[in-house]
Design a protein around this ligand. Structure first.
Ligand SMILES: C[S@@+](CC[C@H](N)C(=O)[O-])C[C@H]1O[C@@H](n2cnc3c(N)ncnc32)[C@H](O)[C@@H]1O
Length: 254
């Protein structure tokens, strides 16, 4: 990717989040900050089912890459970790800050690109991205950055859309039950609302391994039946048959 193409998608995504998405996403923050148990993704999969946080999370220095309104970092802080959140959108961080004040829970919030984090090498024990860098950043940029930030033995966990969703998703409607685009070459998707990235499984596995990660799990999420809701881009029925999202867990070699 040329530097120009890179600058373009980062700027497009910043504008998308600041000028458009923060407006509908921000008001959802309060219920996430209030959640008693963490839950993940579109289908609100409870933490007890997927163990996104390591058992020994208390005391860990954690970075959330693309923290948005900061609720994952808030859950981390309540679990005893010391989180830092970084996000590209000033408006998303303004909501995160308002939530910090409302809930009396503070941790550093950094305005910046999760592909170039202003912290030294080997600073964190845990890196997480919940539909943040994991979806909106170029994988060949943010995965090496996560590896750089983590200490040897550090953990990386991220949630993202599944490759199958990326093959069947439609810009103006629900995911199709037929394949709409090729998997070979799948990478960058322009839905007309910012630029998303989804690497196929084999490429993601090799990318993680090439930066020293050992992949510990890949959980493909099945929507429960009944689910709490449908979404414009994917119905609960679709996601009961095929995974629309997934969780990766990896550990940097010690
Ligand atoms: C769907 S939200 C996910 C974050 C969090 N889980 C939440 O729901 O608030 C996606 C976030 O990624 C952020 N983002 C997009 N591109 C980014 C980048 N290059 N660096 C850091 N954050 C980025 C957006 O500003 C947005 O807040």
């Amino acid at each position: 990717m040329t530097d120009r193409a890179h600058d373009e998608y980062v700027e497009l995504n910043r504008r998308h989040w600041d000028d458009h998405a923060a407006g509908w996403h921000g008001p959802l923050a309060r219920s996430e900050w209030s959640a008693e148990e963490p839950h993940w993704g579109l289908w609100a999969t409870p933490e007890s089912q997927v163990s996104v946080f390591p058992d020994d999370i208390a005391g860990m220095r954690a970075i959330e890459l693309g923290c948005g309104t900061g609720y994952v970092s808030a859950w981390l802080a309540r679990a005893g970790a010391s989180p830092v959140g970084i996000d590209l959108s000033e408006k998303q961080l303004a909501t995160a800050q308002a939530m910090q004040e409302e809930f009396g829970l503070t941790f550093p919030l950094v305005l910046g690109n999760a592909e170039q984090v202003p912290y030294d090498d080997d600073t964190f024990d845990f890196a997480i991205s919940d539909y943040g860098a994991s979806l909106w950043c170029a994988p060949y940029r943010w995965i090496p950055e996560a590896a750089r930030l983590l200490v040897p033995g550090g953990r990386l966990v991220f949630t993202r859309r599944s490759p199958l969703f990326a093959l069947c998703g439609q810009p103006d409607g629900e995911a199709s039950t037929t394949l709409l685009r090729p998997q070979f070459g799948l990478r960058r998707l322009d839905w007309g609302e910012g630029i998303e990235f989804t690497l196929p499984h084999g490429e993601m596995l090799r990318l993680l391994r090439s930066h020293g990660f050992i992949v510990e799990d890949l959980i493909e999420i099945q929507a429960p039946k009944p689910a709490h809701r449908d979404y414009a881009e994917v119905s609960a029925d679709w996601a009961h048959h095929w995974p629309s999202e997934e969780i990766w867990k990896a550990q940097l070699a010690g």
